[in-house]
Design a protein around this ligand. Structure first.
Ligand SMILES: [Zn+2]
Ligand SMILES: [Zn+2]
Length: 322
């Protein structure tokens, strides 16, 4: 094992795709984040960013002469988080294995929404006709996803897992219309929290703060400027209650949860690159290690983190032995 833990952003825009010269720096594709832990691929949401990611995964699998297996997690099922899926090439490959999980009122909700998105009236190819093997489930907040040497499985809390397992926990947030799942993806002593489409509360969202505590990376919704949110920006309606945050709200969660770094996500589609850059400055005033996500941004959690952990342990042990 080479202990790789990598986060790559393929789509960072909220609500709808925004190609054009004012969005070149941060990009115009809707939500999609790829997490790679060693050979395991975990995809967060299927906005239009998943389309180029799909092509890349197929290319890589062909080069490495292996079949694709991946885990796709939906934060929720709004358009901007599902609209790329019909164009996701791995879903068409007969030998590809896709585990597709998300929220829902019944165990079938995710499947039904994807089927509906590809009904004969709306799209030429149905979900069934996509040739891959698909394991589609709506999960409960208390369930845990484990991906280890035995494959991917949904387990009950406190289930045992090996040290090589990627473990994913769910936090159900009510701070978005219809609710949204926040995921915490952990591998050994590193973790990333994906909290998109969530609105801050006065005094910060304490449940989210607890869930995100000490994560290495917090990816947090930061759609709006303060003035936009509160309705004092000329030409923009107030957006309080829409289920999205300001950069300040995101910064407050990162600071309270003492996360390693903060990535601002789900940029408003009407915002230019300059406005998104200003959001980053705003967040930095509260939480210094803040960055606005852009398409192509890669974060590698230190390759040597296990060695760092071991050397800490070694130092502590040698202190005790003294
Ligand atoms: Zn969204
Ligand atoms: Zn949404």
């Amino acid at each position: 094992m080479n202990n790789e833990f990598k986060i790559k952003f393929w789509g960072v825009r909220g609500s709808y795709p925004t190609p054009g010269e004012s969005t070149i720096k941060y990009g115009g594709n809707t939500a999609c984040v790829e997490i790679t832990v060693n050979e395991k691929t975990i995809i967060l949401d299927a906005g239009t960013g998943i389309i180029p990611l799909g092509r890349e995964l197929v290319k890589k699998a062909m080069q490495e002469k292996r079949e694709i297996e991946l885990l796709l997690l939906f934060s929720h099922l709004h358009h901007d988080h599902t609209q790329g899926f019909p164009f996701f090439v791995p879903a068409y490959l007969p030998k590809a294995k896709l585990h597709i999980y998300g929220p829902g009122g019944t165990a079938e909700t995710v499947k039904h929404v994807l089927e509906h998105n590809q009904s004969s009236e709306t799209f030429p190819i149905s979900l069934r006709e996509m040739a891959s093997f698909k394991d589609i489930q709506s999960l409960r907040e208390s369930q845990v996803i484990i991906w280890d040497e035995d494959g991917v499985r949904v387990a009950e809390p406190n289930s045992k897992s090996s040290s090589e397992a990627v473990v994913i926990r769910i936090h159900k947030s009510y701070a978005h219309p219809g609710g949204v799942y926040v995921y915490r993806i952990s591998y050994q002593n590193k973790s990333v929290v994906y909290a998109t489409d969530t609105e801050g509360y006065i005094g910060t969202d304490r449940r989210l703060v607890n869930f995100s505590r000490d994560a290495d990376v917090l990816i947090h919704d930061a759609q709006y400027r303060e003035e936009h949110y509160f309705g004092s920006l000329n030409g923009f309606p107030a957006t309080q209650g829409y289920g999205h945050s300001t950069a300040t709200m995101a910064g407050e969660v990162a600071a309270s949860a003492e996360t390693g770094q903060l990535i601002l996500f789900h940029h408003d589609p009407s915002y230019s690159d300059a406005w998104v850059a200003a959001q980053e400055e705003r967040a930095k005033k509260i939480f210094l290690d803040s960055r606005a996500a852009y398409e192509g941004l890669e974060i590698r959690l230190p390759k040597s983190f296990i060695e760092i952990a071991n050397s800490k342990l070694f130092n502590q042990t040698s202190e005790v032995l003294k």
